[in-house]
Structure formats: structure tokens, C-alpha cells
Design a protein around this ligand. Structure first.
Ligand code: ME8
Length: 542
């Protein structure tokens, strides 16, 4: 059995922080299971995974939660259209979600389903608590409802008679509903936003929601009498709990709130909820107000990222352009996909997916810059040193300082969830290592034996720089980290990767040059955007 190495913090400052065993709780939205995941869902989950892996590198005690939102009218309708019971329907889609997350190497610590009994029981209890606190009352709702967004809208909020969020047709709704006293918490919400300017990020989104919070706020309907597929209101079984209330509570029910408080006490408040921009109102206003009513601390940060379009168009079932992540992974591999999504667009802004942009990133950043660096270095180790990396000396490592600066900058960027900037910083260092080879001209040094010591220094510094790079890229591309370390000869068999940034190179390592990490891709897939779009969950899928 290979010995399991303990991951070591990425730099000394973080190591000190890790000694205090900081806990770190991060979440993704729980996704609706009316259809299988597309690249938008994978984007949030990959971003969260990178952050989770980065925090684990710092020896934080990480709890990374994702899951599925399985109740409500939208799912009920989707199940009906497939002539399935909601139960059977959600089970099928959930297994597809889990399968995609596995293929994307997602390292979540828990997967919560809103149909889990643990969730259902805890939601009922919490609902009762809110009622007993006097924050829930019975009233009548008359207005519009958008089923795809599961959102209530007033006439004045509509956009040309349509849902202001997704621009689809809305239904007229008139029903007796339970309401939550959101208006009661307006003052407290405003105070919280003033006191914690970093609560919602990026700042532009914070300003946007703050404007809404200081505008008149109405109480919100939080039950549906017309929807049966949901958690029953505990004191009135003719109603089900509004799917958004059911869903938001997952962030605390997964931690056991409030009958098994060990995880809750350890991990709450969440360090960050990562969400897409369209659900900020629910997370930035309704969720904090519920927590205030329950007298629970608020999450520390809500990070709102932008939206992906596909070849310039909104991702939509009706346009049939929602790409299945598995189809891309199948063509280009998990790590290239993970890299592309986080490198292409600054986290927080909107982005556009195109095969040409993906291929160009694979060929230039991954193939030319990173892949060639490894190939060139290993070829030289083989040619000049019979495949054994020459002895490494920290004092003579000319790339050491630059590597340390790179590490510090990565930490700074990742602390702020600036994934693309962290990758830029890493690629600057990769560029530097490539230029180091050009500048030192090892092939010239190899011609004279008097230059042998110099040649040894250049090659061992280079090998150490590549090892550092493998650790820098680990949170983004865990498989590539392992592959680089295997080819470098520092990993054998199924050992976990070496994540010890400070550790110098062992002596006498024999490299094992393998295939290029990212072979050149010559052309886009045939019918790109058509053959690879996903089969939606229609009757044919079953
Ligand atoms: O809203 N670009 O679930 P959902 C980027 N169940 N990200 C996208 C995206 C796109 N085009 N499309 C989706 C729900 N996403 C609720 C959440 S949480 C308590 C309940 C990502 O299946 C993004 O994270 O509609 C967005 O917020 C989420 O998927 C919405 O997923």
C-alpha cells in the first residue's frame, strides 16, 4: 500500500492559519432536476471545487456542499411530460447530475437532495419555528407566477407582461398562501449591508441588490396550495412549502440544523455561497431575512458570478443549445474543460462559450505553454543526464523567488475568488520558465564539460519550477497535476500527488517522459453545437 501523504499548506503564512484548523464552508446552488446539467451548472460547481481544493491545500477543514432542488411545479410538470412519477423522475435526473460531477472530478463533501428525509424533517421544523416566531401568517396571493423560475411577480415587475428574469410567459395565480414577513427585516438587512460591504460580491451586484433592499419591500408568499409536489406545511397539510424556501434551507439542513448540531457548530456561518447572478434576490434578501428570524448568523459572503451564453446565444432548452459537459469532456478531457471555463472569463462577468475559443486555449495555453515546457525539460533530462534529474540546490535556484511571488499572488487572487487572474499569474510563471530555457540555452552548455555544473543547475531549477507549477495548477486541473508529477518521476503508481510546495526536489529522481499533456487539436468538432448538445429529459430519454 502506498503511504498517504498529508497535503501541506501552499505557503508558510497559510500554514500558520491552517494550524488553527480554520473551517471553510462553501456551497453551490442546489440545481433544479427538471433537466440534466449543462455548462452553466458545471461552471458554478467547478468554481466551487477549485476553491474547495485550494482551501484544502491550506489545510483548512473544508465542507463543500452541492445538491439538487427537487420539489415544485416545474419538476412536477417535467415528470408529467415524461409520464413518470415525480419520485422516479427526480431519481433519474439526480443520478445524471452525480455522474457529471464525478466525471468533472468534483470533490464535494456532501450532496443534499431536497427529497432526502433529513432535509424534509428539518425544513418542517424550521417552518414551524418561523411560524411560532410570528413571522408567518395566512393571506391571499394574487399576482403572477413564473414556473421556470419558480418566482412570484407583481404586475408592475413584469416586463411587457412576461417574467422579468427569463422573459417567458407567466401564470395568473390567486390562492390562499402563507406569507413571510420579509418587510419586517428590511431595516436589519440595510444595516447588515452597511456594516458588511463585502457581503455580496462583486461590488456591482452588491450595489444592484442594495438598491432593491432600500426600495419598498413586500412580504412574500411562502406556500403553494395549488402544488402538491413539495414538503407539506406542518400546520396545514393543504399547502406545500414554496420551493425556494425549501431550497434555501438546504444550506443549514445539510449541517444538521437543528437536531444534530455538530457540523453546524463547526461550519456555520458559511464562508461563501457561490451563485449565478439571477438568484441574488433569493440569497441576498430572502435568505438573510429567514436567518435573522431564526436568530442565526448570516453567511460571510455571497459571490455572484455571471452567465454563459453559447456561441452568443442564451442557453435555453427551447433553442436546443444547452451543451452537455460530458460531450466536451469526451472530446477534450476534464482538465481542459475546467481550465477553459475558469480562465476564459473573470469570475463575476458574463462569458461566451465557443468551440473555437476552447480549442485555441487548449492549443496555446495548455499545449504550447504548459505541455511543451514539460516535454522540453524532460527531453533534456533524458538527453543530458540519462533521465536522472541532477541534484537540486535551493541556493542556486534562479526561479525560486519568482515561484514564491507567484504563490503569494495566487493566494491573493484565490482568496477573492479571482480564478482567471490566478491562472494568469500561473501562466506568467510558465512563460518565465520557458524563457529561462531560451535564455540559458542548455543545448549550448551541454557542448562543453566545463559548463556541466551550470547545466545541472539550470535543469534542476527547471524541474523544481515544473513541480511547483504542478501544485499551482492542482486546484484547477487535479489530473494534470498528477500526470506532470508522474512524468517528472516524483509520483509512482496511485500515490496521491505531492502538494508540498516548499519541499525541495529529492535527489536521484528518474523522469518518465510520457505522451504530450495536451496534443494539438486541428479542427472543431463536426456540427459543433449540434451533435454535442444534450439530450434533454424528454420522453425519448427514458
Ligand atoms: O436556480 N451561466 O436552480 P437552477 C452560468 N434551484 N451559470 C448558470 C447558467 C448559465 N447560463 N445557467 C445556470 C436554481 N447556471 C435553484 C437554486 S439554491 C438554494 C436554489 C448555474 O437549476 C448558476 O449557478 O436554475 C445558477 O445560479 C444556477 O445554475 C441555477 O440553477
Amino acid at each position: 500500500m502506498p503511504k498517504k501523504k498529508k497535503p501541506i499548506a501552499i505557503n508558510p503564512a497559510e500554514r500558520i492559519a491552517a494550524m488553527n484548523k480554520q473551517s471553510f464552508y462553501l456551497t453551490t446552488p442546489i440545481y433544479y432536476v427538471n433537466d440534466i446539467p449543462h455548462i452553466g451548472h458545471s461552471y458554478t460547481t467547478i468554481a466551487a471545487d477549485v476553491l474547495a481544493r485550494y482551501r484544502r491545500l491550506q489545510l483548512c477543514d473544508v465542507f463543500f456542499l452541492t445538491g439538487t432542488d427537487e420539489h415544485g411545479q416545474k419538476i412536477q410538470k417535467a415528470a408529467e411530460s415524461c409520464s413518470k412519477t415525480p419520485h422516479d423522475f427526480v431519481d433519474t435526473v439526480v443520478s445524471k447530475y452525480k455522474n457529471v460531477w464525478k466525471s468533472l472530478n468534483i470533490s464535494n463533501d456532501d450532496f443534499i437532495r431536497t427529497t432526502d428525509d433529513r432535509h424534509v424533517q428539518r425544513v418542517k421544523k424550521i417552518f414551524k419555528k418561523l411560524f411560532e416566531n410570528g413571522d408567518i401568517y395566512l393571506g391571499e396571493y394574487e399576482g403572477r407566477y413564473c414556473v421556470p423560475c419558480e418566482s412570484f411577480w407583481t404586475e408592475t415587475q413584469l416586463d411587457d407582461g412576461r417574467c422579468p428574469e427569463c422573459k417567458r410567459a407567466v401564470e395568473k395565480v390567486k390562492e390562499k398562501n402563507y406569507f413571510f414577513r420579509l418587510s419586517k427585516y428590511q431595516k436589519q438587512l440595510i444595516e447588515h449591508y452597511h456594516k458588511h460591504p463585502e457581503f455580496v460580491q462583486p461590488e456591482s451586484r452588491r450595489n444592484e441588490i442594495f438598491q432593491r433592499i432600500i426600495s419598498p419591500i413586500e412580504d412574500i408568499s411562502i406556500s403553494r396550495s395549488a402544488v402538491t409536489w413539495g414538503i407539506q406545511v406542518p400546520m396545514d397539510t393543504t399547502h406545500t412549502i414554496y420551493v425556494w424556501i425549501d431550497a434555501l434551507l438546504n444550506y443549514i439542513t445539510a449541517l444538521g440544523y437543528d437536531d444534530d448540531m455538530t457540523l453546524f457548530q463547526k461550519f456555520w456561518p458559511a464562508n461563501v455561497h457561490i451563485i449565478g447572478k439571477e438568484i441574488l434576490w433569493f440569497h441576498g434578501a430572502i435568505w438573510p431575512a429567514i436567518l435573522m428570524s431564526l436568530n442565526i448568523e448570516l453567511p460571510l459572503k455571497i459571490f455572484t458570478h455571471g452567465w454563459w451564453t453559447i456561441e452568443g446565444q442564451k442557453i435555453s432548452k427551447s433553442l436546443g443549445n444547452a451543451i452537455d459537459p460530458l460531450s466536451i469532456i469526451h472530446l477534450y478531457g476534464t482538465d481542459a474543460y475546467r481550465y477553459f471555463l475558469l480562465r476564459e472569463v473573470p469570475f463575476g462577468l458574463d462569458g461566451n462559450f465557443s468551440y473555437s475559443a476552447l480549442i485555441s486555449r487548449i492549443n496555446s495555453d495548455l499545449g504550447n505553454d504548459l505541455g511543451n515546457l514539460l516535454q522540453r525539460a524532460l527531453t533534456m533530462v533524458e538527453k543530458y543526464f540519462d533521465a536522472a534529474i541532477p541534484e537540486y540546490s535551493e541556493d542556486e535556484d534562479e526561479l525560486k523567488e519568482s515561484s514564491q511571488n507567484t504563490c503569494d499572488q495566487i493566494n491573493k487572487e484565490l482568496d477573492n475568488l479571482q480564478f482567471s487572474k490566478a491562472l494568469e499569474v500561473i501562466w506568467e510563471f510558465i512563460g518565465k520558465a520557458n524563457r529561462f530555457i531560451e535564455g540559458k540555452k542548455p543545448w549550448t552548455l551541454a557542448k562543453t564539460s566545463a559548463h556541466r555544473p551550470q547545466l545541472e543547475r539550470v535543469i534542476s531549477s527547471l524541474a523544481k519550477a515544473i513541480k511547483d507549477i504542478s501544485i499551482f495548477i492542482y486546484p484547477f486541473m487535479p489530473n494534470t497535476c498528477v500526470e506532470i508529477q508522474k512524468q517528472l518521476g516524483i509520483l509512482e503508481g496511485d500515490e496521491p500527488p505531492c502538494l508540498e510546495y516548499q519541499q525541495s526536489m529529492r535527489n536521484g529522481i528518474i523522469v518518465k517522459k510520457g505522451n504530450p499533456l495536451f496534443p494539438r487539436i486541428e479542427k472543431e468538432p463536426e456540427n459543433s453545437g449540434k451533435e454535442t448538445t444534450m439530450p434533454s429529459m424528454n420522453k425519448k430519454t427514458f
